[in-house]
Ligand binder design. Structure first.
Ligand SMILES: Nc1ncnc2c1ncn2[C@@H]1O[C@H](COP(=O)(O)OP(=O)(O)OP(=O)(O)O)[C@@H](O)[C@H]1O
Ligand SMILES: [Mg+2]
Length: 1057
């Protein structure tokens, strides 16, 4: 397992968008509302994970999140990282325990963890096989153990604890599943809008025609065990496809083909058993249609008549004066139905246990050394009618909440003690009182004990037992704060709210005996597989008080607690944001209720009571090393000293932190924020430096390329000036960004290719300055004139003297010598210009010309050039000539002589000159500095459209008025006690987060135009806004601060005030 990666990547340290706080220990205000608000903010931004210290809160998004792709697994995913670091750190025993109510996402979280472990750990034949089994166990057990309920379309109806065992090398090479009480009553009856276990529908939808024939598969409404709830389909579930997956899983797990077939026989057999109905015939139950017996008998490999007999009668031991004899008692219709259902449930439960055992066998390992356990149980649930199963399920949840409370507190306490730091315990609602109410053995006996007592003394038929139970409960725990009676049962004030339990069936289901008759019947099966599911020895196994379902779950729950106590537990507290199962649907009161009963606020307080933040010295050093040169990149010295050095460098108050033995503890989140903020700023500065360097590099590369191209134009045609050949090309030598008086002639977003002040020669060869601007649209020649009239009379103003469309240029001519003259030839008249940067200009012009005309611009080189003059009125027109001669020096000497201009200049570099080597260009590049951002001239881009957050659609109204139980439950006594115990201690006064001090008034400027930032480091503003000026940069990109944000903007968009 790549330990390296775990330390390098941390999802929180990724440079991702911030949404709320990712560790709620850092909330500045700890109220339940603030917690809910934070979770909501993150949920709406698609961050489903939030921490409270080491506890992970996961809010069910009800949509596929990108958290668990390969990339995320390596970088971001918190669950993964938890697991990863955990596995890297300790090979002892750890557990991952998702807890939360039904549909909150426990199973999904557990699967992610298992998937992750298998993904990141090493491979090889046997290991791969174990991994396959770990992964394939999920679809198999879900097919047989999950069902649609009104709370969750894929609700776990059993609990499991999956131990993944590791080799010393960190490879998963074994495993073990412990399963808890399957809700087998579902096999024979389901509530409205719910379904039986998935496998039944999978078999019906997915089996082949041949299988259908062999198993007697009809449509689901044909079967009594499926048609009571009227629900056959589940949104988003493809039963047929899942059937194939279930079968494939059986294959991978190594269940032999004939056993697979037998398993399906049992599933189908149960469906057919359910269709056997009874009529009352003179107080006796009689099979209504005996022909319906044949098929189930065939599927189960038993005798049809015997089946009939066992469903309608029972052998009973009766004692006559010390003698015991066996007599056959006939059952009434109700008892017959009960017996049929008992057989169906037993078959199903035993098949389920067989599957779990098959998985275990396939993963078995001789010695178990290191393991990671993943717990996935059924969540706390409240239905319209809550029976014995809900009682057990909610009891297990109560127990888990208990150890969560104990362990988080214990772990915390131990940490302070271990590190030698003092702390005061925080009050919290301890639900031990509810656990005791349920499982106490004596004084007073808990509900389960009373139940077992009643069951032990109940008659075989069990009539009236439930009534007795209720009376006895009233006597035993009637005055308990968390217990009430109600007309059809009792109410328990669970940690998660009040639940009313319907007493009917409690005793029967608790007793859970399978009559020996039925065992005997199944032992007569001709199929060895079915016989193996009923291994009891009826002659010897009779003695003693039979174990009840209640005592079994109590034992299992306590064993689980023991196991978890021995390990390092990691919790994922799953929160269900709605009952609509829709993404982005946030039901505030529901979440608040969960936040309350999960004790998140207390959790945060406990975490913060002493010190909000703690980290091992090494990690702390790593995270903040950037703050000082002594620590960056490495601190050379003792880690503890390095941490102290960092703390001092930021002037952290000494009462704000304590040094433990291995960890630094920081008192308030604010102090940490300070560190974080400084770290952010450092990164910001570095990021800017990198950006700047990168831009420079890009600009340089671009201009180097341009220069090469430019050289090519003149190659072999013209001598070169000594200084020009290795010059950097800048393009805009006028700083157009700051020259609104020149920009006025261009359109708003016109890009500047080239701008420079050049010399223009007229008909008398008189020279005058012009600003020459090249843009993709054309060539501009701008001059200056005195205003002749109006209010600005006498002032010198810029005038557009000439604008040439690129396409209208016919050619450009130059001499072969090293002078800077060039003539732009156009249809009407030509322009004689002189520019130091002609090569750059020409190369850019050639490029634009070719872009627009798809032809090459004609360049001519001659030492005798001619240019045509502009016609003016009657006069003008005609031509002038330039004659180039060899002279002295590098500067051209001009001498007009009538219609000729004689130009003489010394020899330049040969016509075949190209650039010098790159190394030598470096020394010269300072000559013309490249403005940092000139590749991005300021333009007024359209404002980006604000991302309109989709509003929450109103939740679909539930049709059925009977769904009140889906409402947020009443908190009952647990809620009250929780509030009481918590109010005993005032929350630590939150100090407000230190604000960045506003700067005192320095220079400011006012925006002249609107500017929309083009990059994250730029400011955006409207016209007429006042901006604090931080820095005026000669590049034209100034730095300012507006509305708390610092950023760059073009200086020519503002005026200083
Ligand atoms: N992390 C997640 N990403 C996407 N969808 C999720 C996630 N967690 C849960 N869901 C959705 O919510 C449904 C219910 O989740 P899950 O089955 O894990 O609940 P549970 O807590 O195990 O409930 P129960 O106690 O009933 O077994 C899933 O089938 C899935 O559609
Ligand atoms: Mg589940």
């Amino acid at each position: 397992i790549g330990k390296k990666k775990a330390s390098k990547y941390h999802w929180q340290s990724q440079n991702v968008k911030q949404s709320g706080v990712d560790d709620m220990v850092l909330l500045s205000k700890i109220t339940e509302d603030a917690i809910v608000e934070n979770l909501k903010k993150r949920f709406m931004d698609d961050y489903i994970f939030t921490y409270i210290g080491p506890v992970l809160i996961s809010v069910n998004p009800f949509k596929q999140m990108p958290y668990f792709t390969d990339r995320e697994i390596e970088t971001k995913c918190p669950v993964c990282i938890c697991v990863h670091t955990y596995i890297c750190m300790c090979y002892a025993c750890g557990t991952y325990n998702p807890i939360g109510e039904s549909g909150a996402g426990k199973t999904v979280a557990a699967k992610y963890i298992m998937g992750y472990i298998s993904k990141v750990s090493g491979g090889g034949g046997k290991v791969q096989h174990v991994k396959d089994i770990i992964l394939q166990s999920n679809p198999l057990l879900e097919a047989f153990g999950n069902a649609k309920t009104v709370r969750n379309n894929n609700s776990s109806r059993f609990g499991k604890y999956f131990e993944i065992q590791f080799s010393r090398g960190g490879e998963p090479d074994g495993g073990k599943i412990s399963n808890f009480l399957l809700e087998k009553s579902r096999v024979v009856s389901q509530n409205e809008n719910e379904r039986n276990f998935h496998i039944f529908y999978q078999l019906i939808e997915g089996s082949s025609a041949q299988q259908k024939e062999a198993l007697g598969i009809m449509t689901p409404d044909y079967y009594n065990y499926l048609n009571q709830s009227g629900t056959y389909k589940v949104d988003g579930t493809n039963d047929s496809k899942e059937f194939q997956e279930t079968m494939e899983a059986m294959q991978v797990i190594g269940i032999p083909g004939d056993c697979q077939m037998q398993a399906l026989h049992i599933v189908a057999g149960i469906l057919h058993l359910g269709n056997i109905s009874f009529i009352e015939a003179g107080n006796y139950g009689q099979v209504e249609s005996p022909d319906l017996l044949a098929f189930p008998a065939y599927l189960l490999g038993i005798d049809q008549n015997w089946l009939q007999e066992k469903l309608t009668s029972r052998k009973m031991d009766s004692k006559w004066g010390g003698k015991s004899e066996s007599i056959n008692v006939t059952l009434n219709q109700e008892q017959a139905c009960y017996t049929r259902d008992a057989l169906s449930k037993a078959l199903y439960a035993r098949l389920f246990d067989y599957l779990v055992e098959a998985i275990n066998k396939a993963m078995q390992k001789p010695i178990e050394e290191f393991s990671v356990g993943v717990l996935d149980i059924y969540g706390f649930e409240i239905f319209q009618r809550n029976g014995f199963e809900q009682f057990c399920i909610n009891f297990v949840n109560e127990k888990l909440q208990q150890i969560f409370i104990e362990l988080t507190l214990k772990a915390e306490q131990e940490e302070y003690v271990q590190e030698g730091i003092k702390w005061t315990p925080i009050e919290y609602f301890n639900n031990k009182i509810v656990c005791d109410l349920i499982e106490n053995k004596l004084n007073p006996p808990g509900i389960m004990s009373v139940l077992d007592d009643v069951c032990a003394t109940m008659h075989a038929k069990g009539e009236g037992a439930d009534g007795t139970l209720l009376q006895k409960l009233q006597a035993a725990v009637g005055t308990h704060d968390h217990f009430n009676n109600w007309n059809s049962g009792f109410v328990i004030h669970h940690y998660a709210g009040k639940v009313s339990y319907d007493i009917s069936g409690f005793c029967e289901r608790n007793r859970d005996v399978l009559f020996p008759d039925l065992i005997e019947l199944m032992q007569s099966s001709e199929h060895a597989f079915i016989r193996s599911l009923f291994p009891e020895n009826l002659n010897t196994d009779k003695k003693g008080r039979p174990t009840t379902a209640g005592s079994k779950i109590k034992r299992q729950a306590n064993e689980l607690v023991d196991t978890l106590m021995k390990c390092t537990p990691h919790y994922i507290r799953c929160i269900k944001p709605n009952e609509t199962k829709r993404p982005r649907d946030w039901e505030e009161s529901r979440v608040k209720h969960q936040v309350e009963y999960l004790g998140l606020k207390e959790n945060i307080r406990v975490r913060r009571a002493g010190f909000a933040y703690r980290r091992v010295f090494k990690k702390f050093l790593q995270r903040y090393s950037i703050l000082t040169p002594e620590t960056y990149p490495y601190w050379r010295g003792e880690e503890k000293q390095g941490v102290l050095h960092l703390l001092r460098s930021v002037n952290m108050d000494t009462d704000q932190y304590q040094m433990g033995r291995t960890k630094i503890f920081v008192k308030n989140p604010e102090s940490l924020f300070l560190l974080e903020e400084m770290r952010e700023r450092k990164f910001d500065t570095f990021a800017r430096a990198i950006q700047k360097a990168w831009r420079k590099y890009i600009a340089r590369r671009k201009y180097e390329q341009m220069r090469e191209e430019a050289s090519d134009i003149l190659y072999n045609s013209k001598e070169r000036r000594r200084n020009s050949i290795n010059r950097n090309f800048v393009g805009d030598y006028l700083g157009m960004e700051e020259r609104p008086e020149l920009r006025q002639f261009l359109s708003k977003r016109e890009r500047i290719d080239f701008a420079d002040s050049v010399t223009k020669y007229d008909r008398r060869f008189k020279s005058i300055k012009r600003d020459l601007i090249l843009t993709p649209k054309g060539i501009y020649l701008i001059g200056r004139e005195k205003v002749k009239k109006g209010p600005e009379k006498g002032q010198i103003k810029e005038v557009l003297k000439r604008k040439l469309d690129i396409g209208s240029i016919r050619s450009v001519s130059l001499s072969t010598r090293q002078d800077d003259f060039f003539i732009l030839h156009e249809a009407q008249y030509d322009s004689l210009l002189e520019s130091m940067f002609k090569t750059e200009f020409l190369s850019l012009l050639c490029k634009r010309y070719e872009e627009q005309t798809k032809a090459k611009l004609c360049l001519t080189f001659n030492d005798r050039l001619e240019f045509r003059l502009k016609k003016e009125g009657w006069g003008g027109g005609g031509t002038r000539s330039l004659v180039f001669q060899r002279g002295q020096g590098d500067t051209a000497q001009v001498k007009p002589a009538g219609k000729n201009l004689n130009i003489s200049v010394g020899d330049g570099l040969p016509k075949t000159s190209t650039q010098f080597s790159r190394a030598s260009t470096r020394s010269q590049e300072q000559m013309y500095s490249t403005p940092d951002k000139r590749s991005r001239p300021p333009n007024a881009a359209l404002p980006k459209l604000g991302s309109q957050k989709g509003r929450r659609a109103p939740a679909a109204q539930t049709q059925n008025a009977n769904l009140d139980f889906l409402n947020v439950p009443d908190q009952g006594m647990s809620g009250m006690q929780r509030k009481r115990s918590i109010s005993q201690r005032p929350p630590p006064a939150p100090t407000s987060r230190p604000k960045v001090q506003p700067r005192s008034h320095g220079p400011r400027c006012r925006s002249l135009y609107q500017y929309v930032g083009q990059d994250v480091d730029e400011l955006s503003f409207e016209a007429n806004e006042v901006i604090d000026l931080v820095k005026e940069d000669p590049s034209g990109w100034w730095t300012g601060r507006l509305r708390g944000k610092e950023g760059l903007f073009p200086g020519n968009y503002v005026e200083k005030i």
